[in-house]
Design a protein around this ligand. Sequence first.
Ligand SMILES: Nc1ncnc2c1ncn2[C@@H]1O[C@H](COP(=O)(O)OP(=O)(O)OP(=O)(O)O)[C@@H](O)[C@H]1O
Ligand SMILES: [Mg+2]
Length: 329
Amino acid sequence: MTNVHMEIPKVLEVNDLSVHYLTPRGAVIAANNVNFYIRQGEIVGLVGESGCGKTTVAMAILQMVQSPGKIMAGEIKINGQNLLDLSEAELRRRRWRELALVPQGAMNSLNPVLKIKEQMGDAIAAHEPIRGRALKERVLELLDDVGLPARVYNLYPHELSGGMKQRVCIAMAIALNPPIIIADEPTSALDVVVQRVVAQTLLDVKRRLGVSMLMIGHDMGLQAQMVNRVAVMYAGNLVEIGPVEAIFEAPQHPYTQLLIEAIPSIDERKPLKVTEGLTHDLRNPPPGCIFQFRCPLVREACLEARPPLERVAADHFVACPIYRYRRPA
Ligand SMILES: Nc1ncnc2c1ncn2[C@@H]1O[C@H](COP(=O)(O)OP(=O)(O)OP(=O)(O)O)[C@@H](O)[C@H]1O
Ligand SMILES: [Mg+2]
């Protein structure tokens, strides 16, 4: 049987991406040889504990890595074209139009002294020759797209709730109809109910505009409901990526397994599972598997070389030498 996913084109490809923060105390390897792709209309979730490199990957895709960060190697392809080959001017023209970002902590990035109509209007007018009544209509349409009432147009950010501000940021991200959106923890710092509202807003936007999305997040429950595939990062390395059902029902990498086991369940109360050990310093990663210090299954083969992602099934890859032993012949 052919898998339908195989025929859907890849809109974004990240190939062998490495990003280092060149600090006086050595290079922090925040992304090491990261490989993944997003198919058209797909939502890929990017999960992993704090500091594992999720925002770094997002910013690298947009080439907006903060100093002293530097893209050391890799390719970022949109519809087959490598963005790293483009000039800064060309990039600036295409960012937001082809690839929009809802940054981490987006709602705090709104300018407190500008009304929503001003910040949205100014941002759009900077990219499109649209002014006056047409601009006003465009802003109102975008507010409506994210389920906000028209009165928000005349309000200041401090007059909005967190969820409303986050939805304004989503409205700004979709302003130029980008085919790809990267949303960095769009629902963090919101209460559970508002989280769901914002998540639903993103899903509606996705359905209506047919965008493809990279959704960074911590909340595995929310990921389970929203995304098509989940990518799992650990200490700067992507250790597994696969269809959401496979990740939740049959995770292959020991770290993914621990993440899934850690999801609390009311039906089956169990002692809270804590992943033992600490992530090592990203300045001095060990040779071999990145998860070796915390892996309950570690064996000698894991200490030799960093395991590459290997294909497990359609659109499912895992970087684990142990998987190889368990793999059916
Ligand atoms: N400007 C910087 N200088 C030095 N190191 C940095 C800098 N920014 C990030 N890092 C390091 O890079 C690593 C990855 O950071 P990043 O912000 O990408 O993680 P994250 O997965 O997005 O975390 P979180 O879930 O907390 O947002 C971390 O170890 C962090 O300390
Ligand atoms: Mg982050």
